[in-house]
Design a protein around this ligand. Structure first.
Ligand SMILES: [Zn+2]
Length: 294
């Protein structure tokens, strides 16, 4: 009986080892970002998109986290931004501006990416945490194209209506949604509606996030035509401008169309385009380009 038992034990060990190898391959293999472009419903409504399943498989694989973001602010830049303030615009020492897109990812994010790619322009996407979670493949597509991912809170609630612990959670969970996909850490946060105060800005800084608002509101969120959205940019732009646009939160087809008007017109005026962190690193804000919020 004894030899038979040990034979059985050896066979069982081989079977367990084989299962282990297969399991490891499954886990390692699923660590890759979803290769297929998936689309889903507007996630801000709380619906779960088809990308959710892709997120589940990547989340289970415990993706490698980067210790230093590709979007880090340089120490001298951070030192120029007082704790408690938000950035409104960059210094403008160079003829660069930053296009920013809020409230995504959504079904309009990929058309925005296509437009930016047509002109080889990089931008910054302030993502809502729950949308980032619902659209993981789109989130990867944004980062893979060289754009900056930044934090726009988890649920897009006015932070000042929340107790401090919930404000902290709104920001931390969103950073985790980006970081958990191996795409972080984000270094910038935009408070929803630009509504914030010094204490909330200080809280953001304690979480490693520099608050950023905007100097040009295109008002694309009010249902303007592409022509009017473009006119709002071209009327107010100057070196160092941070431009507020939206790739989520509603029908953004006019915003997508406006990019074909805005970008060529600005290039004609010899403007260059940078992510917000690159813009700030090249030319930190002066005191008149800082404020509590908007
Ligand atoms: Zn927003």
């Amino acid at each position: 009986m004894a030899p038979r038992r040990s034979t059985r034990s050896i066979v069982a060990l081989f079977v367990l080892a084989a299962i282990g190898v297969v399991a490891a391959r499954v886990v390692l293999g699923s660590a890759d970002p979803p290769a297929v472009a998936l689309t889903g419903p507007i996630a801000a409504t709380g619906e779960i998109s088809r990308e959710e399943s892709a997120f589940a498989s990547t989340a289970a694989a415990a993706p490698t986290r980067q210790t230093r973001s590709r979007w880090s602010l340089a120490d001298p830049t951070t030192a120029m931004i007082p704790n408690g303030d938000s950035v409104v615009a960059a210094g403008g020492m160079q003829r660069s501006i930053a296009l920013t897109f809020d409230d995504g990812p959504s079904d309009y994010t990929r058309p925005v990416l296509d437009a930016l790619a047509r002109y080889n322009v990089h931008a910054t996407f302030f993502v809502i945490g729950k949308n980032a979670r619902a659209y993981p493949a789109t989130l990867h597509a944004v980062a893979d194209a060289g754009h900056e991912l930044a934090n726009h809170t988890w649920s897009h609630t006015v932070l000042l209506q929340l107790p401090p612990g919930a404000r902290r959670d709104e920001m931390l969970t969103t950073s985790d949604a980006i970081d958990g996909q191996g795409l972080g850490p984000a270094t910038l946060v935009r408070p929803p509606y630009g509504t914030t105060d010094a204490a909330t800005n200080q809280l953001a800084r304690s979480l490693g996030l520099v608050p950023v608002v905007w100097s040009i509101d295109t008002r694309d969120w009010t249902g303007l035509t592409a022509e009017k959205i473009a006119a709002n940019v071209l009327a107010g732009v100057k070196p160092g401008s941070i431009v507020l646009l939206h790739d989520g939160g509603g029908d953004r087809s006019a915003t997508v169309a406006a990019l074909d008007l805005i970008i060529p017109a600005l290039k004609k005026r010899h403007y260059r385009f940078a992510t917000v962190s690159a813009l700030l690193n090249a030319s930190p804000p002066s005191s008149d380009q800082l404020a509590i919020g908007r």
